[in-house]
Design a protein around this ligand. Sequence first.
Ligand SMILES: [Zn+2]
Length: 152
Amino acid sequence: MEGKRTDQPDPGGSMGQRIFQFLKESGEDEADVRLLSREEEEDQEERQDPLRCKACGNEITEADFGIHRHGRFEHTFDNPAGYTFRLGCFSKAWNCILHGVPTHAFTWFPGFRWRFCSCGRCGLHLGWHYDSGAESFFGLILDNLVRQSQSH
Ligand SMILES: [Zn+2]
C-alpha cells in the first residue's frame, strides 16, 4: 500500500530503506515528516509490556495500547503490490516517524487517511498511521515488532 510503486522487487527486510529512498526521490517536504516522542509524564509510568522494533530494539508501543478496529485487534491485508501484512491496531506509538502525505488511496480502514510509520532509529517500515480527522490510530505490522522478553 505504498503511494508509489517501483518496478524493483522487494529484496526483503529493507522496506524502511526503500521508503527513505522513495522520500528522497520524491523530494518530499521535510515538514511532512514528524517524529513522535513519548510524552514525559507517560514516560514515568511503569513499562507494562513494551513492543520493540525487531531490527534495532527501539521501543515503539506497548501491548496495553492495543485497540479493536472493526471488532478485532489483528487484521490481515494484502496491498496492491501483492504483499500481505498482519496488522495490530494501537492507540499510541512513539519513537517512530510519520511521513508521506495523508491519503485515502487503497485505505484499509474506510474514512481514514494513512501515512507511513517507520522506526525513528533505524527506519524499518513499521506500519501506518490512520487519521479520520476525528480519531486516529496506528496499524503496526506485527511481524516487525518483538515483545520484550520478561527477564524476571
Ligand atoms: Zn528500528
